[in-house]
Design a protein around this ligand. Structure first.
Ligand code: IVH
Length: 788
C-alpha cells in the first residue's frame, strides 16, 4: 500500500512536471517568435528569463524531460572533437554579381529575352529586393517541425554539421510555430553578427588584451567554427533566412502524389509568400525585403538602401534581386552554380588596402591622446579615407604597425575608419616602429596612463591648448568658481579671440575687451568683469575642484581640502601621503575576498563607532572562521585597519594589496593624478598666476583639527529650498564645520535640513527617525558657530 502510494505520488509529480515543462517550452518558443520573427515582444526580458530558469530547474531534476526543441538547449553542449560532414540535399548555390546599373539592366534584359524569345511581352518582371547580408550561409533542416540539422555551405555540395552551434542562436526556432509545415523542411539563410555586438565583443577583447576580430563577418565565422558550442552561445549571433523553396525543391511543391504528410496549404507560388510563411513559422526575415515591379524600381531600391547602409545595425555587402514568381524561376533555371533568376548588386567594398604614411598623436579636449594613422588616400565604404584611428597604445602594439606598411582599412557605417590588419610581411617591412610619446604633443606636459586604463592622457590640464576651452568652462562652472555670466559660448569666443589662454587670464580681462566680443553689450561686459571679481573669494574645495584634475570631483576635492587644509601642503604631498601601500602579510586575494564577502553580508551589524577595535576586532575576525584568518593574520589586519569602521567598506583589492587610503576616498589612481598634475611646471605657473596675480583666495584658517570642528564625523543631507541661502552655500557652511554633506538619507545620516517643499528625502528621514532641522533651526545652528 505504502509502496504504491509513494510510486503513485512520484508519478503524479513527474507527470505534472512533464506537462509544465511542455507548457514552458511552448511559451518560451512563442515569446521567442514574438521577439524575433514579429519584432513584437509581449513580455519583458526578465519575465522570459524567469520562465527559462523554471524550465532549466525542471530539466535539471528530470533530465529525461529535456527535448531537442527545448529553449534551454541554446546554452551550448559538450564540445565536439571535429565537425561531421553533411551532404546538401540540393547544392547551395552562389549568385552572379552586377557592379553598376547598366549590368543590372542587362540582367533584366537577358531574362526578358529568355522568357519571351520573340519579344511578345513588354510586361515588367516582378522582383523581390533584399539586403545581401554579410555573414555565413547556413542550411537548416527540420523534421516534423524540430530542428535536426544545421550545416555550413562548404563547397556547395557538402558542408560541416554545426547543429550544436546553431541551436545557441536565439533567432533560430528550435521548433516551428503553427501546424502547417511539411514533414521535412529545409531553410537557408545567413548567420551574422550585428555591429553593436561585434563592437562589444572587440571592446572586451581589447580590454583583456585578446586577439580582435577584423570584422563582423569574421567574428560570425569564427563563432560558428567553435567545437565548443558554449563559446558560440556567448557570441551575439543572429540568423536571417532568405530561401525555402529551392532548398526543399521536390518537398514543398512536390507533384508526386502519395506524400500523405504534406500539408495542403503549402501551395506556394512565389518567393515573397514563402518568406511570409517562414516568418509565421518563427524565422527572422529581413524587414527591408520588398517586391517591386521592373528593373528601374530595383535601381531605386539600391539608391535607397545605399543611403541606409551606414546606419543599419548589421553589415550588408549588396542587394539580392530575385524573380518573385516560382513559375518564372522554373522557366529560367540555373547556369553552372548560380540561378538565372537572381543577381547580387554589390556595394563598394568596406575594406581596402593602402599604405601607412605616418602616425600622429592628437590630444582631445579632455586630454586623451589618440594615435591617428595618416594613409595614402584610398576609396573605401563609398568615401575617400586618408586617416584612421589606431585607438590607443595597446592597439599599436597589437598590430605591430610600422610606417610604410600595407594595411587593410575598414570603414563600416558611420564608424571611424580603422586599421584592421597589416598585409606587409617579413623582411620587406621597415624597422620604423611607432613610439608612443611620453610628453603631450601640444604642451609638453607629462602623459599619464592610469593603471587598468587603456587611455594615455596629458596632465597639463590648466595649460594645454587642446584642453584650454574645456578647462576654462569647467573652471567657471557653477559648482566650481561659479562665475556668473561666463557660459560656454563666451569662453569659446574669448579663447578664439586669443584673449584667454588659461583660467588665470580671465581675471585680467577688461570691460572693453569683453565688450569687443560678439553680442556683448557694455552692460553685460561690466557684469561679467564684476562676477569675475566676486569669484576671487572662494573656498579651497571649490578651487581644487575648479582646477579640473582628472578624477577629482567635488567629493574628492572636499576630502583633499579637509585633509590637507592648504594648497601648499597639497603641493608638497607625494603619493605616500595619499595612500599607504604597505601590504598585509598573509592576506592574498582568496582570503581578502572571503573576508570582504563576510563583511558585506554583515553590513547590518549596527555598531557604535569604536565599539569593535583592538583585541576585540582581532577576536572577532578569528571568530568569523575564515580559512586563512588565524590569530596572526587577524592581528596584521587589525594593525592596518584598527577599527571595524575602517574595515567594513574595504574592497578585496585594497585588502589584498594592503592599500589603505589616508585621504578619504582617494586611492592610488586619484593620488597619481593629483601628484602628476601638481608636478607639471606649466600647471604650477598657472596656479601661481591664479593665486598671486588674480588673487584668488579663501579663508585658510577656520577650524583645523577635528576637535575644533563641531560637526566632525557627521553626515548631513540638504533637501528642499532654503530662502536665505543657496544649497551650495549651505553645503559650504556645513563643510566648514566639519560635516560631510551627502546626497541621500540613510541610517547613517546625522541630520536632514529640510527647506521649503522638501520631498522624498524628508519622508525617508522621518521613516528612519533621523533628526530633522527646518530652516530656522538650521539658521540657529549656524549662528551658534558663527565665530568658526
Ligand atoms: S540567395 C540561390 N539572398 O550571398 C540563391 N543570398 O553569393 C542563393 N546572401 O553565400 C542565395 N544575403 O549566403 C541570398 N538575401 C540573400 C542573401 C544571400 C546574403 C549570401 C549567401 C550566399 C551569397 C550568394
Amino acid at each position: 500500500m505504502l509502496v504504491y502510494s509513494a510510486v503513485g505520488q512520484t508519478d503524479s509529480v513527474a507527470s505534472e512536471l512533464t506537462v509544465e515543462a511542455a507548457t514552458l517550452r511552448e511559451q518560451l518558443n512563442h515569446h521567442n517568435y514574438r521577439y524575433y520573427a514579429l519584432d513584437d515582444p509581449v513580455i519583458t526580458d526578465s519575465e522570459y528569463d524567469r520562465l527559462l530558469r523554471r524550465l532549466q530547474d525542471i530539466e535539471a531534476r528530470f533530465p529525461a524531460l529535456k527535448t531537442a526543441d527545448s529553449p534551454t538547449q541554446r546554452v551550448g553542449s559538450a564540445p565536439l572533437s571535429a565537425f561531421a560532414t553533411v551532404a546538401h540535399s540540393t547544392p547551395m548555390l552562389s549568385l552572379d554579381n552586377a557592379f553598376n546599373d547598366a549590368e543590372l539592366r542587362d540582367f533584366d534584359q537577358r531574362l526578358r529575352n529568355r522568357l519571351h524569345p520573340n519579344g511578345q511581352s513588354e510586361a515588367d518582371i516582378e522582383y523581390v529586393c533584399e539586403p545581401k547580408l554579410d555573414g555565413i550561409a547556413v542550411s537548416l533542416l527540420y523534421e516534423d517541425g524540430i530542428l535536426v540539422q544545421a550545416a555550413t555551405r562548404g563547397d556547395g555540395y557538402s558542408g560541416e554539421n554545426i547543429t550544436a552551434n546553431i541551436r545557441t542562436i536565439a533567432a533560430v526556432p528550435l521548433r516551428l510555430q503553427g501546424e502547417d509545415f511539411p514533414a521535412t523542411v529545409e531553410v537557408r539563410g545567413e548567420v551574422y553578427m550585428p555591429r553593436e555586438g561585434f563592437e562589444r565583443l572587440n571592446q572586451r577583447a581589447r580590454e583583456s588584451g585578446e586577439k580582435l576580430f577584423v570584422n563582423p563577418r569574421n567574428a560570425a565565422a569564427g563563432s560558428l567554427r567553435q567545437l565548443d558550442s558554449t563559446v558560440t552561445a556567448s557570441r551575439p549571433l543572429e540568423m536571417c533566412v532568405y530561401g525555402l523553396r529551392h532548398a526543399a525543391a521536390g518537398q514543398l511543391n512536390s507533384d508526386e502524389p502519395g506524400d500523405g504528410r504534406m500539408h495542403p496549404s503549402l501551395t506556394l507560388t512565389n518567393h515573397l509568400d514563402a518568406m511570409m510563411l517562414l516568418k509565421r513559422w518563427g524565422f527572422l526575415i529581413n524587414k527591408l525585403m520588398v517586391a517591386v515591379s521592373g528593373i528601374e524600381a530595383c535601381i531605386d531600391y539600391y539608391q535607397r538602401l545605399a543611403g541606409l547602409r551606414d546606419n543599419l545595425p548589421y553589415d550588408i555587402d549588396g542587394i539580392v534581386y530575385k524573380v518573385n514568381s516560382f513559375t518564372l524561376q522554373d522557366q529560367l533555371g540555373f547556369v553552372a552554380r548560380a540561378p538565372r533568376w537572381a543577381i547580387a548588386r554589390k556595394f563598394p567594398a568596406q575594406e581596402a588596402t593602402t599604405t601607412l604614411l605616418a602616425v600622429e598623436f592628437q590630444v582631445g579636449r579632455t586630454g586623451a591622446i589618440t594615435p591617428v594613422a595618416r594613409l595614402q588616400p584610398v576609396f573605401v565604404g563609398g568615401v575617400t579615407v586618408s586617416n584612421a584611428t589606431l585607438h590607443n597604445q595597446d592597439e599599436i602594439a597589437r598590430l605591430d604597425i610600422r610606417v610604410g606598411d600595407q594595411v587593410v582599412v575598414r570603414r563600416a557605417g558611420d564608424v571611424i575608419p580603422q586599421i584592421v590588419r597589416i598585409v606587409s610581411d617579413g623582411a620587406a617591412r621597415s624597422k620604423q616602429t611607432i613610439v608612443f610619446p611620453t610628453r603631450c604633443p601640444e604642451c609638453e606636459s607629462d602623459v599619464v596612463r592610469a593603471p587598468g586604463e587603456a587611455v594615455v592622457r596629458c596632465s597639463g590640464g590648466l595649460y594645454c591648448p587642446a584642453q584650454r576651452k574645456e578647462a576654462i568652462k569647467h573652471f567657471a562652472s557653477r559648482r566650481a568658481m561659479d562665475i556668473d555670466g561666463l557660459g560656454d559660448k563666451i569662453v569659446e569666443q574669448l579663447v578664439d579671440a586669443g584673449l584667454v589662454k588659461d583660467p588665470a587670464d580671465l581675471y585680467a580681462l577688461t570691460v572693453e575687451q569683453v565688450a569687443g566680443i560678439d553680442r556683448m553689450g557694455e552692460k553685460s561686459a561690466q557684469n561679467l568683469v564684476d562676477a569675475l571679481a566676486r569669484s576671487r573669494r572662494t573656498t579651497l574645495p571649490r578651487f581644487l575642484y575648479a582646477l579640473g584634475i582628472r578624477e577629482v570631483g567635488e567629493v574628492t576635492a572636499a576630502a583633499l581640502a579637509r585633509h590637507f587644509r592648504s594648497i601648499d601642503r597639497l603641493l608638497a604631498a607625494g603619493q605616500q601621503d595619499f595612500v599607504d601601500t604597505g601590504g598585509i602579510k598573509g592576506v592574498g586575494e582568496v582570503t581578502a575576498s572571503a573576508l570582504v564577502d563576510r563583511l558585506q553580508s554583515q553590513q547590518s551589524l549596527e555598531l557604535k563607532p569604536g565599539q569593535l577595535q583592538g583585541d576585540d576586532l582581532v577576536n572577532w575576525l578569528v571568530s568569523l572562521d575564515i580559512r586563512g584568518i588565524r590569530a596572526e593574520v587577524a592581528e596584521a589586519i587589525a594593525a592596518r585597519y584598527p577599527s571595524y569602521e575602517e574595515l567594513k567598506n574595504i574592497t578585496a583589492e585594497e585588502l589584498a594589496s594592503g592599500t589603505k587610503s589616508i585621504v578619504e576616498g582617494v586611492g592610488p589612481v586619484v593620488a597619481q593624478h593629483v601628484v602628476t598634475f601638481f608636478h607639471q611646471p606649466h600647471n604650477l605657473e598657472v596656479l601661481d598666476k591664479l593665486l598671486n596675480r588674480a588673487r584668488i583666495h579663501w579663508s585658510e584658517e577656520g577650524p583645523t583639527t577635528p576637535g575644533e570642528q563641531p560637526l566632525f564625523g557627521q553626515t548631513w543631507v540638504l533637501t528642499g529650498t532654503l530662502s536665505t541661502m543657496t544649497r551650495d552655500e549651505a553645503r559650504r557652511r556645513l563643510e566648514r564645520l566639519g560635516a560631510k554633506v551627502a546626497g541621500s538619507v540613510s541610517v547613517r545620516t546625522t541630520c536632514v535640513v529640510a527647506g521649503e517643499s522638501a520631498g522624498s528625502k524628508l519622508v525617508r528621514a522621518r521613516a528612519l527617525g533621523v533628526r530633522i532641522l527646518d530652516e530656522a533651526g538650521f539658521g540657529e545652528l549656524l549662528e551658534q558657530y558663527a565665530s568658526l
